[in-house]
Design a binder for this molecule. Structure first.
Ligand code: SF4
Length: 243
């Protein structure tokens, strides 16, 4: 895998459609999820090979500080172009440095959502405990780790992710589960696993189904790519998790 270090001029990007700022310390992601569509948004990084290259924004924390002063963001989502806790974060600590920058501005009351599939987020528990308006989100797309291995081969196991949610919740940090996309699953079991440890849940089916069709067919899972499956599963999850 190639790692390309770059210097950036801006850190926060405003999304008109979602009315929020996004922050991505890296572009590219070693989690290698089969359904990932972030690669479609990486085209502006010329010559980038999504599957085998990670762009590291070396000065993102410094630029973030001046962006916060200038833009005064209300809500920041981290991240859309990577998992902010993919394994390179162990070496570069850019996500951690960004959290430290947010902590310099307590009076701005910035709402921060950090989304990951990695246990590395536990390293920053000390910082999250200090933040008044931060939520730690874990993507949990199925209850079955064999399914996880097919679609998210390099991410932490489902059991580990639930463990992360539990730890944050027990430490008074707001938590959220992103069941997105809805992979083949037992919704009753997944609801039982998540419910004690989450403050909010976000559910979405599968975009860009053409991208994953071959993988579903190879494993005999085509039944779980039908509208009827997504509708039934979403309904069941909502019913159980809202109780
Ligand atoms: S964690 Fe997110 S950005 Fe990374 S490969 Fe998976 S879907 Fe893509």
């Amino acid at each position: 895998m190639r790692v390309r270090e770059i210097q950036v001029k801006s850190a926060l990007t405003f999304s008109e459609s979602k009315r929020r700022y996004t922050l991505s310390p890296y572009v590219g992601c070693t989690n290698a999820c089969v359904y990932c569509y972030a690669r479609d948004y990486a085209r502006r990084y010329k010559g980038m090979e999504w599957e085998s290259e990670i762009i590291v924004k070396k000065n993102i924390d410094e630029v973030l500080r001046s962006d916060i002063i200038r833009k005064k963001p209300g809500y920041v989502f981290m991240s859309t172009m990577c998992d902010p806790y993919q394994f390179l974060e162990e070496r570069y600590k850019l996500t951690r440095k960004c959290l430290e920058v947010f902590l310099e501005f307590p009076l701005l009351e910035i709402e921060l959502m950090v989304l990951t599939k990695s246990t590395l987020v536990l390293r920053d528990l000390d910082l999250f405990r200090e933040m008044k308006r931060a939520t730690v989100g874990l993507t949990v797309t199925t209850d079955d780790d064999e399914i996880r291995k097919i679609f998210e081969p390099s991410a932490s196991s489902i059991e580990e992710r639930i463990g992360v949610l539990r730890t944050f919740k027990e430490n008074g940090v707001r938590t959220c589960a992103f069941i997105s996309p809805i992979l083949p699953m037992n919704p009753e079991r997944l609801s039982r696993m998540l419910k004690p440890y989450v403050d909010c849940v976000f559910i979405d089916d599968m975009h860009y189904r053409w991208r994953v069709r071959e993988r579903y067919e190879r494993y005999g899972l085509s039944w779980a790519l039908k509208d009827e499956y997504f509708e039934r599963t979403r309904k069941k999850l909502l019913e159980l998790l809202q109780k």
